[in-house]
Design a protein around this ligand. Structure first.
Ligand code: IPM
Ligand code: MG
Length: 357
């Protein structure tokens, strides 16, 4: 197979972890006789520094012309405490999602048994949990009209959804549920929000088309609680942009660490793959970031964008084997991990590469 991949490392630890995602792709190409060509581009704080624009035109043009995108992370501490900043790294990510029509963000919460002890949740509650989130990614308060009054003392972000936006992601989520546990939980706040009532009404209509899938509707506050109380009862979770952003960070604790979670954003054209963790400037440049989320994002890329299931499974198996051998990055180490099994980013990357069959 002949494919082109655009690598956008972004900010902070994005640089360090994406190096390993790319190396995994190179090794897979070699072992399985594919030709993968690469290009790279700037986005986020690094792009602002270089061009003044968090999503330079050149990056967008390259993104539109490639077969798949591997992204790292975005953000810089400098903007976090400066609410008045006009240009922000995150604008780059939001714009590329919109421009590429990446309306469905898939966030699998896969718990490797070896990491049962790394979570702050009790192992018996966690064991067997396997959830696939479908987070809507191009609507909601993220993209609704933003206003600030003239005296600057009142502000609003419009929470807006159109029916077709709910329909298209709901179909994707239901189709996925059919191949998994045949359960779908749609999360909203329909007891309060009009946009959620449209969401629920639309999901109810679509549910009829998938009679083999059992549908449940849950309010976001309840879902946030149930997720930690009994994660095993969830299969596919379908939700809006903001609720999905929050719930998936919470759900990362089910997988032991944010450093383990990969994601795929898909929609109208090219697929975009990224860890769900952020730029983590507190640990950037220290060589301790966990590259497994980037490596697992590569598995999603191979599977979803290229249809290479065997190759994707080889990547996941290599991660599994590495964890079985006892190797841990700092974020997934627990009390039982001995000092010599705690790996740097590069050591973890090397070991996973060595374990790819
Ligand atoms: C995510 C991130 C982004 C989001 C930020 C960086 C804009 O938190 O991908 O979950 O809120 O969508
Ligand atoms: Mg987030």
């Amino acid at each position: 197979m002949n494919k082109h991949i655009l690598v956008i490392p972004g900010d902070g630890i994005g640089q360090e972890v994406t190096t390993w995602g790319k190396k995994v792709l190179e090794l897979i190409a070699k072992k399985y006789n594919h030709t993968f060509s690469f290009d790279s581009a700037l986005m986020g704080h690094v792009a602002i520094e270089a061009t003044g624009n968090p999503l330079p035109d050149e990056t967008l043009a390259k993104a539109k012309a490639t077969d798949a995108i591997l992204f790292g992370a975005i953000g810089h501490i400098k903007y976090d405490n400066d609410p008045s900043a006009k240009v922000r790294p995150e604008q780059g990510l939001l714009k590329i999602r919109k421009e590429l029509g990446l309306y469905a963000n898939l966030r699998p919460i896969k718990l490797f048994d070896e990491l049962l002890g790394a979570s702050s949740i009790k192992p018996e509650i966690l064991k067997g949990a396997d959830i696939l989130f479908f987070r809507e990614l191009t609507g909601d308060v993220y993209f609704g009209e933003k206003k600030r009054s003239e005296d600057r003392k009142t502000a609003s972000d419009l929470m807006v959804y159109s029916k077709y936006e709910v329909e298209r992601i709901a179909h994707k989520a239901y189709k996925a549920a059919q191949t998994r546990g045949k359960k779908l939980c749609s999360v909203d706040k329909a007891n309060v929000l009009e946009s959620s009532r449209l969401w629920r009404e639309t999901v109810q209509e679509i549910a009829i088309l998938y009679p083999d899938v059992q549908t449940e509707h849950m309010f976001i506050d309840n879902a946030a609680m149930q997720l930690i109380k009994d994660p095993k009862k969830f299969d596919v979770v379908l939700t809006a942009n903001l609720f999905g952003d929050i719930l998936t960070d919470e759900a990362s604790q089910i997988a032991g660490s944010m450093g383990m979670l990969a994601s795929a954003s898909v929609g109208d054209s090219v697929g975009f793959y990224e860890p769900i963790h952020g730029s983590a400037h507190d640990i950037a440049g220290r060589g301790i970031a966990n590259p497994l989320a980037s490596i697992l994002s590569v598995a999603l890329l191979l599977d979803i964008s290229f249809g290479l299931k065997t190759e994707a499974n080889a990547v996941i198996a290599a991660v599994e084997k590495t964890l079985k051998q006892g190797f841990r990055c700092k974020d997934i180490a627990d009390k039982t991990t001995s000092e010599n099994m705690i790996c740097s980013t590069d050591k973890m990357g090397e070991i996973v590469l060595g374990n790819i069959l």
